[in-house]
Design a protein around this ligand. Sequence first.
Ligand code: FES
Ligand code: FES
Length: 185
Amino acid sequence: MSSDTIHNVTVSMTVNGRGHTVSCQPRKLLSDALREDLHLTGTHVGCEHGACGACTVLVDGAAVRSCLLFAAQMNGADITTVEGMANPDGSLNTVQQAMQDCHGLQCGFCTPGIVVTLTAFLRDHPDPTDHEIRVAISGNLCRCTGYHGIVNAARQAARGEPASSVEAQSSESQSSESQKLESQS
Ligand code: FES
Ligand code: FES
């Protein structure tokens, strides 16, 4: 069957607080609809099969991979992309500011997915342990940072600690890990 014979579906959804109606093929991915139809290119597409987390958005408050959803499933949904994460006055939200302060990004490709994931995670877990933070971002792959900056950012966002204190704690914890490893060798 050629794509010409597949009828478009009409989807009405709220994205970043604004109503949108999209006409698209039933097989169109949510990630593609956001990027191509709504021009919200902050949602990045890495693997397109649910492995990297770059395409994470909030759907009705839950962090989900938009490459694993069809746009046609989103009728009536309330979606927030990274473009909708800033504060109402346009300033960076707590997680975004912490990512900047703690050098939680380099190339930035994974960053939208991580900001969305951490924003939802910290909303539900306001005082996480480091282990919980690492588990929370374990579905978001970053090829640049080594993750320490991202974990520091999550700590700062959760605890309101300044970047310098977070970095000091991180060095202490890394140094204690090294001592443990040395004592075991
Ligand atoms: S692009 Fe969706 S998980 Fe990688
Ligand atoms: S900052 Fe480059 S992939 Fe994460």
